[in-house]
Design a protein around this ligand. Sequence first.
Ligand code: PGA
Length: 251
Amino acid sequence: MRKPVIAGNWKMYKLLSEAVDTALALKPLVANANHCEVVIAPVFVHLKTVADRLEGSNIRVAAQDCSTEVKEGAHTGEVSAQMIEDVGASHVIIGHSERRQFYGETDESVNKKTKAALSFGLTAIVCVGEMLAERESGNAESVVKTQLVGATDGLTVSDMERIIIAYEPVWAIGTGKVATPEQAQEMHGFIRRTVSERHGKEIADATRILYGGSVKPDNIAGLMHQADIDGALVGGASLEAESFAQIVNFK
Ligand code: PGA
């Protein structure tokens, strides 16, 4: 019922030729992956080239962020959701923990960006996740709930149908310290219950919730066997076509 999504977040890696080479190498390796949706997220300046080169394939392209501003205007350095859609991307990652930690992203800006993305038909991949200290002090659920409620504030049922949630515990990102499948499942179950309380069971049952944080070819299967894990947002292991393809083609 919920089609899994495997998304690769390339962060600030790769020059244009490297991004194109990786995308083209990935294409045949995931061509038969009908069991899931495959998404890659290069940097803004590579979006159009990568999207063009992947046209007709089963790989979708995502931006890693978008502006809170919906209309064009005097916003130096910003890139609007409409511009992202216009160059051939279909998804946008919003509220990644690196943006929350280092670039001043707040629940309010995540909410605005999510609405901007949805208003131009993009699928928003909304990231939530607690820091290590928050988990250790027993506050992981309340932190994630606050982020989730903030991100989805004011969204309609049809909006909710077009968002994907990514649970990424900050202590697991880029650290090699993956959450155990049970730890991840516990939080995914909590997120789904929270969506159900706020938006109804039907929406909650249809919402894809991805896990992110040190996902690798050798741990994806254990994660994907959990009832409420519907895919992965992959950083480091998405940079090489072979390892990302192994994650996509998990068994
Ligand atoms: P990682 O990154 O897979 O390298 O831990 C995940 C992410 O930041 O989305």
